[in-house]
Design a protein around this ligand. Structure first.
Ligand code: INI
Length: 165
């Protein structure tokens, strides 16, 4: 039976990926990592390297450094920020989101946001299960798609449906 990815026609066989994953709430983030690896394996990714950082706040720098190597077609940032566990939830979550976005724009390499920013453990568990709604799985699917789009845009003669006269 075909996997969801095969049905969507997504192949990652010519793409290399870095995953940067934070250790905070590691019982949840480990499940995001499994989900991301599962998606990349299903799509036959050419390579997957995993780098660990302390917390979500540190994800942007590690993701940017990975992107700057030009070894990767996309970088997937994974982490878990739970409001109940910190007074500076908003600072950590917002800086992770903004930094990851800026790192992608600065490097031109897709950097995917697979960071859960949730109210409680129940919500975190709901988004890190075994299914295809696992946030790590979904970030990896988006990474494959973005690697393909960026590759297509970056190559010559990619205009589709244009009619230059
Ligand atoms: N980091 C997280 O990834 N998740 C959290 O929930 C969290 N809390 O609760 O504080 C958290 N804090 C650590 C932060 O990301 C940095 O590692 C730390 O501030 C050092 O820069």
């Amino acid at each position: 039976m075909k996997t969801d990815l095969e049905n969507k026609g997504l192949s990652a066989s010519s793409f290399r990926f870095a995953i940067v994953a934070s250790r905070w709430n590691s019982h949840i983030t480990a499940k995001l990592l499994s989900g991301a690896k599962r998606a990349l394996a299903e799509a036959n990714a050419a390579a997957v390297d995993v780098f660990e950082v302390p917390g979500a706040f540190e994800l942007p720098l590690a993701a940017q450094k990975a992107a700057q190597t030009k070894r990767y077609d996309a970088v997937i940032a994974l982490g878990t920020v739970i409001r109940g566990e910190t007074a500076h939830f908003d600072l950590v979550a917002e800086n992770a989101a903004r930094g990851i976005s800026e790192a992608g724009l600065a490097t031109g390499v897709p950097i995917l946001f697979g960071v859960l920013a949730v109210e409680n453990l129940e919500q975190a568990n709901a988004r890190s299960g075994d299914g295809d709604d696992n946030a790590g799985y979904m970030a990896a699917i988006s990474a494959i798609e973005m690697a393909a789009v960026v590759s297509e845009i970056g190559s010559e003669n990619t205009a589709r449906g244009s009619s230059a006269k």
